[in-house]
Write a protein that binds this ligand. Structure first.
Ligand code: C2E
Ligand code: MG
Ligand code: MG
Ligand code: MG
Length: 292
């Protein structure tokens, strides 16, 4: 009997591991072709003024409808796209598709509400995509090709994008800001950025992670944290968007804390492109929800 190396863990093979491994293999094999095969689409979730329901922007969220596996969530395939080194192509696809859709809406629809600023388009950018040299040039190329105004494009990056490679991050941020593109920190509060970081890397907005919003009203620490982020944002003169608002209690709490912008199922789920275009064309530009 072979002696077991005590340093090596014992692998117990269970049938469900086989299923998971097969799924993983299929996803890895199919992801590189997904865009070309028309399996990828974007949905758009409104970002609203918590008191008035006015829409300030939309966040583009990627969806993959796999012919056998059904909907594969982005938290599963985006990290894989980074590992497979196809995130540059995938990210460019998302940016171009989103900018094209929003540019089309503004050029063929009626003007928005009297005096209201046209809504922003928020696009998620993964850390590796952001840190790849040439990212800002890709963004510029897409803005030129689609005609979408740089000032309406807000890129969402996570704190790790700023921390992993300080020099590359600083360079890319400077290039993007020179284009007029704005930067928001996504999932704020879950990473490792500090006051010093926000000072060194000027950004335009912070998105408070859903985890803190979910616990609002349940634990005092979450409320304190949200309050601190709002204070910080006021000091730095940046916007704050609260993510994942699901209840009126959470919304009211955020209003009391002085938060203006929010996003969540209470207001709207992510919308298919046709519904997004209909909203963009509606003259009011506000979501009159059952929530007030
Ligand atoms: P994220 O950027 O923080 O996006 C917010 C996520 O919360 C989205 O999940 C959204 O559908 C979900 N959400 C919105 N409101 C609520 C709510 O009230 N309650 C709950 N429980 N969830 C809510 P989704 O679409 O599954 O995306 C997950 C993550 O995948 C995103 O987190 C983002 O990090 C990534 N992702 C999505 N699309 C893209 C993309 O085009 N590019 C990149 N690089 N990453 C993407
Ligand atoms: Mg996001
Ligand atoms: Mg987020
Ligand atoms: Mg989040």
């Amino acid at each position: 009997r072979a002696k077991r190396d005590p340093a090596r863990p014992v692998m117990v093979f269970r049938p469900e591991m086989h299923v998971a491994a097969l799924r993983q293999l299929q996803i890895e094999g199919d992801l590189p072709q997904a865009a070309r095969r028309g399996q990828l689409r974007l949905v758009y979730q409104p970002i609203v003024d918590l008191q008035t329901g006015e829409i300030g922007g939309y966040e583009a969220l990627l969806r993959w409808q796999h012919p056998q596996l059904g909907a594969v969530p982005p938290c599963e395939f985006v990290p894989l796209a980074e590992e497979l080194e196809i995130i540059t192509e995938l990210g460019a696809f998302v940016l171009e598709e989103a900018c094209r859709t929003f540019q089309m809406a503004s050029s063929c629809g009626p003007e928005g509400a009297e005096g209201a600023a046209p809504p922003a388009l928020q696009v998620n950018v993964s850390t590796r995509q952001f840190l790849r040299p040439g990212f800002a040039r890709t963004v510029q190329r897409i803005l030129v090709r689609t005609g979408f105004p740089a000032g309406r494009l807000h890129l969402e990056i996570t704190e790790s994008a700023l921390i992993v490679d300080l020099d590359e991050a600083a360079r890319t941020l400077t290039e993007l800001r020179a284009l007029g593109v704005r930067i928001h920190i996504d999932d704020f509060g879950t990473g490792h950025s500090s006051l010093a970081f926000l000072h060194r890397f000027p950004v335009d907005g912070l998105k408070v992670d859903r985890a803190f919003i979910a616990r609002l009203g349940e634990d005092a620490v979450s409320a304190k944290l949200v309050e601190t982020v709002l204070l910080l944002a006021r000091t730095l003169d940046v916007d704050v968007i609260a993510e994942g608002i699901e209840t009126r209690v959470q919304r009211d709490h955020l209003i009391r804390l002085g938060c203006r912008w929010g996003q969540g199922y209470l207001f709207s789920r992510p919308l298919e492109v046709a519904d997004t275009l209909a909203l963009l064309h509606a003259s009011s530009g506000a979501l009159a929800g059952p929530y007030d």
